[in-house]
Design a protein around this ligand. Structure first.
Ligand SMILES: Nc1ncnc2c1ncn2[C@@H]1O[C@H](COP(=O)(O)OP(=O)(O)OP(=O)(O)O)[C@@H](O)[C@H]1O
Length: 688
């Protein structure tokens, strides 16, 4: 029998359900009917032994003090003192129990005094003994019997509540499940508030000898003095469960994603897209946890669920070079490895959001729903003004995932990120961001506020306030207590999860080497059956990332990932319509020399002696070629630092390169990013 189970027996004596396993165990140990009956009767014997003892005391006292005046005074005083002491000692129990004890002691001691002085058989004393003794003993037996079904739990809980400073709170009928006791709490009107209960949770846990996480309080949103106390005595999460496969292969991303279990065995689920019928918003998720808290496995639980759905594509950035996620890489529509490739992915996300929102709006969707991912065969969702079916290709949901995202978010800037986060939800895009250290020096307050959902794993106690909302911490959540000692333990706060679950701990499944072949199979399934990027998303991505975005190859036609398809279609259009030139640039001769800038073609700073310094014209051509090479290699974000070696090789200075970069931005070949000195190449190439 576990330590916690033993605890629950002593701390919930009033509770028949909690008691039952022990009662059965006790029955078993008796061995015979006689022993069983004795066992059952034992708790009720003490009052009867008390009656016997009082009779014996009366008889013995009379033999010693028969008619002694001094003994009379002494015995009377002792009887009064004993009754007074009983009343005083009983002040911490319920009024009923106090009165019952005092009456019992007063009548018992009065009878013993009278019996000592006059004799137990004198006058009515023997009848009083024979009638009063059993009545008093029975009254205690009845009390004990009623106590096991006392619905208010008053007798037992009062002492506990008093211990934690909530003496005048009322606890209602408790709901008892195998490892969970839920009891409504009503506080003293005008005297106590829900905050008083949340403040006393640690003391309650201490009084019950339980960990702090085992005691939680959910305030009633409609009242400042009502709520629900939940006690989970045994940690059912201590058993490690291994991941065996996704929960719903081929289902829709709109169906729940199962990422673990709660401490009562219920599945731990979250939703990414919104559901207009359930009134639930789409969400972005922060996966926050300290080193060793199991963040990597938590992410794998979520990612395997996502890629196993039929109507979603994933753009994933991982500066840790896919250490954890390698088996799933073939299932990703776009995999970036941090640095410049992540910068360009972020820029592409910014661009696809308005394009997708426009498409959804044009097809009559106020937000992304699974229907939007199907071919548009309904007159209700057509982009044609005449109302006929348009047959447009569907648009899968887009999950954009940034592992170890602190640097990326900082580079992007708060305003930009908040803007993306706000608009992404109506574009059928969810952002998932994981942080190495969940704290405000890693992510600003406003960026944190843009991520409505969190999967909070163990962390430093000082960082709890970053991971979880105050109300959830107040309700008893305490991820700081886990640190990295309980990997996979987490709290999930997300739309769709009942609020009273927010403070309930859950645990993800663990990924071991046994999971690798299953993940590989899943990636293969996804390549064959998962969604491919739609033309709108792929088009917007290509317009920003050029060849850096190819899209996941179609298993059935590997030569044509979505990005390539888009580029080829655009080329075909160019052939029909001529080259794409902005109307305002139509007058510019692309072959003409650029005007000189103030910095001019200053003298090269390196290698005057070796090799020949290019002429200004040659230098410009070299520079243009360098940009093309960057674009060809998929590096779409550049700055002077990327030209260091190039400067050496061509005997050109960094200020010269900086000036050319600015010029190229004026020409529209580059576009400024949020980071000073970094420029995004505007794609000009067709895919190779
Ligand atoms: N749900 C889980 N149940 C049991 N063990 C787990 C669970 N999740 C993770 N672990 C184990 O915890 C350890 C740390 O996990 P993991 O490497 O995922 O942590 P992390 O938070 O990603 O750490 P880091 O940030 O340093 O990479 C690993 O040994 C892993 O197997």
């Amino acid at each position: 029998m576990s330590r916690n189970n033993r605890r629950s027996r002593s701390d919930f004596p009033d509770n028949a359900t909690v008691m039952s396993p022990y009662t059965l165990a006790d029955q078993g140990s008796g061995g015979s009917i006689g022993a069983y009956l004795l066992n059952r009767a034992k708790p009720h014997l003490p009052p009867w032994l008390g009656v016997g003892a009082a009779g014996l005391a009366g008889a013995l006292g009379n033999w010693r003090w028969d008619e002694s005046a001094a003994a009379g005074v002494g015995l009377t005083l002792a009887s009064v003192a004993l009754s007074g002491a009983t009343w005083w000692i009983g002040r911490s129990t319920s009024t009923q129990r106090r009165l019952h004890s005092a009456i019992t002691v007063a009548s018992g001691s009065a009878w013993v005094t009278a019996a000592c002085l006059a004799g137990p058989m004198a006058g009515p004393l023997d009848d009083l003994y024979l009638m009063g003794g059993p009545v008093l003993a029975l009254s205690w037996n009845v009390r004990m019997l009623l106590r096991t079904s006392d619905p208010s739990g008053e007798s037992g809980d009062k002492g506990l509540l008093e211990k934690v400073g909530l003496a005048r709170a009322q606890i209602g009928a408790a709901k008892v499940e195998p490892n969970r006791v839920t009891a409504p709490v009503a506080l003293e009107p005008g005297e106590q508030t829900n905050e008083d209960v949340t403040k006393s949770l640690a003391r309650l846990a201490s009084a019950l000898d339980l960990p702090r996480n085992a005691v939680r309080y959910t305030p009633d949103p409609g009242s400042e003095r009502r709520g629900e106390l939940v006690i989970v005595p045994e940690d059912m999460l201590s058993e490690v469960v291994e991941w065996e496969g996704p929960s719903n292969v081929g289902g829709s991303i709109a169906q729940p994603l199962v990422i673990g279990r709660y401490d009562d065995g219920a599945p731990l689920v979250i939703w990414l897209p919104g559901d207009p019928e359930a009134g639930r918003n789409g969400t972005h998720v922060l996966v926050a946890g300290g080193t060793g808290s199991g963040k990597g496995d938590a992410a794998l639980n979520l990612l395997t669920e996502v890629v196993s759905r039929r109507d979603v594509i994933v753009w994933f950035s991982d500066p840790k070079m896919y250490q954890d996620f390698a088996p799933l890489r073939p299932a990703l529509d776009w995999a970036a490895e941090g640095g410049a490739s992540t910068e360009i992915m972020v820029a592409a996300v910014e661009a696809v959001i308005p394009a997708r929102t426009r498409w959804l709006g044009a097809h009559g969707y106020r937000q992304w729903v699974p229907e939007a991912a199907e071919t548009q065969n309904s007159a209700e969702h057509t982009c044609r003004t005449d109302g006929t079916v348009c047959g447009c290709e569907g648009m899968p949901f887009l999950v954009t995932w940034f592992e170890e995202a602190a640097n990326t978010l900082r580079a992007l800037g708060d305003d930009a990120f908040t803007g993306i986060a706000q608009e992404a939800r109506s574009a059928g895009v969810s952002l998932i961001v994981s942080l190495q250290r969940p704290s405000y020096d890693q992510m600003s307050t406003s960026t944190r506020a843009s991520l409505p959902s969190v999967l909070a794993l163990g962390c430093d106690p000082r960082d709890e306030g970053f991971s979880l909302p105050d109300e959830v911490l107040a309700a008893g959540a305490h991820p700081g207590a886990w640190g990295n000692r309980r990997p996979g333990y987490c709290y999930a706060v997300s739309p769709g999860i009942p609020e009273d679950r927010y403070a309930s701990p859950g645990r993800t499944r663990r990924f071991t080497h046994r999971a690798v072949p299953v993940m590989e199979m899943l990636a293969t399934w996804s390549q064959r059956n998962g969604a491919l990027a739609d033309p709108i998303t792929a088009g917007a991505a290509v317009s920003i990332a050029g060849t850096a975005y190819t899209g996941r190859p179609d298993e059935n036609d590997p030569s044509e990932p979505a990005g390539l398809r888009v580029v080829q279609e655009e080329d075909a259009m160019d052939d029909q319509n001529g080259p794409r030139v902005d109307p305002e640039d139509a007058h510019i001769d692309p072959e003409a020399d650029l005007p000189e800038t103030e910095e001019g073609d200053d003298a090269p700073i390196f290698g005057q002696d070796s090799g020949r310094k290019p002429t200004p014209q040659e230098a410009r051509e070299l520079f243009a070629r360098a940009l093309t090479e960057f674009e060809q290699s998929g590096q779409m974000i550049v700055g002077p630092v990327d030209f260091l070696e190039w400067c050496d090789r061509n005997q050109l200075s960094r200020p010269w390169v900086s000036a050319r970069l600015k010029e190229a931005a004026i020409d529209g070949r580059l576009e400024a990013t949020n980071t000073t000195g970094r420029w995004r190449i505007v794609p000009a190439l067709t895919a190779a």
